[in-house]
Design a protein around this ligand. Structure first.
Ligand SMILES: [Fe+2]
Length: 300
């Protein structure tokens, strides 16, 4: 299965290079180096592998692999091709769990056009425990009911202010999926209904600012997207949108601690509005779940 995944990835990469070369021919010679840099920034997916600290993680889940994709924004054929390569990269990691943290399309028109194709590609995901999906702001502006019906049909569990317990080797964690904060659909109370105080929770929330409403819930870890990792990250200054979150300037990308738990913000796969990335490649996150003792409260 693993070599099958690698062969598929090699084929997809060869197809991408062929298309890039064909497109390059139409670009004036002088601007071709910039065109090449632009395409590379948009298309070269980085697999970010890291140990993800999770409070109260049961021993059975130590070292279990989980992958995250976010902000797919499938609005063009090239976005769909990028998703194909991302899914192949996820499968190569052989994850137990896969998390999709919202913004599958940018609007209703592209949702209607690409939803069947996106479902076909996402159906290739083959985690050995389960895959979960939550809505982002763009999905609520489109129609998450339609998206979630397709995801459920291909075996991905949609979580809209809901939770699901996952058991493995006699122990369990709870996956909590919170609806989007920007579109005012987030309901942490509803999402945590039925979650016990002693449970280890892996919380999915599109907008990192949702964390501001989770402190008293003592989550195991929170996985987010939404910011596209800042999209343009300049040397020294960082991203011009680093202050966009109320949560703080550091939370727009990567692993950060908040109070007694950690928050991870995925850089996403696609773009919205401006098709530009700089020093901020599209991301497949590949986590090894790691136990850690409770941190002291109030140490932001
Ligand atoms: Fe978003």
């Amino acid at each position: 299965m693993r070599s099958e995944g690698r062969n598929q990835l090699v084929r997809l990469e060869a197809e991408r290079l062929q298309k890039t070369e064909l497109a390059e021919v139409r670009v004036p010679l002088l601007v071709r180096p910039f065109y090449h840099l632009w395409r590379r920034a948009l298309d070269q997916i980085e697999v970010v592998r890291l140990d993800l600290p999770v409070r109260r993680l049961p021993v059975a889940f130590e070292g279990v692999r989980a992958c995250q994709l976010s902000d797919l924004h499938i609005d063009r054929d090239e976005d769909l091709e990028r998703l194909e390569r991302a899914v192949s990269l996820v499968n190569q990691e052989r994850p137990a769990l896969v998390f999709l943290t919202g913004d599958y399309f940018s609007g209703p028109a592209t949702m209607r056009r690409y939803l069947p194709e996106v479902a076909r590609v996402l159906s290739w995901l083959n985690p050995f425990l389960a895959a979960f999906a939550i809505p982002g702001n763009h999905d609520n502006w489109s129609c998450f009911a339609l998206i979630s019906a397709e995801l459920a049909r291909i075996g991905i569990v949609p979580l809209c202010n809901q939770s699901r317990r996952i058991s493995y080797r006699g122990e369990s964690v709870v996956i909590v999926g919170i609806d989007d904060l920007t579109t005012r659909r987030a309901d942490p109370n509803g999402a945590f209904r039925g979650v016990r105080a002693e449970d280890c929770t892996l919380v999915l929330a599109h907008n990192p600012d949702t964390v501001l409403y989770l402190r008293h819930r003592q989550p195991g870890v929170v996985l987010c997207g939404h910011t596209h990792g800042g999209a343009i990250r300049l040397p020294i200054i960082g991203s011009p949108i680093r202050w966009i979150l109320k949560l703080g300037a550091n939370y727009y990308a990567g692993l950060n601690r908040y109070d007694t738990f950690y928050v991870y913000t995925n850089r996403g796969l696609g773009t919205f509005c401006v098709r530009l990335r700089f020093n901020c490649r599209p991301e497949v996150s590949s986590f090894s779940l790691t136990r850690f003792d409770d941190l002291q409260s109030g140490a932001r």
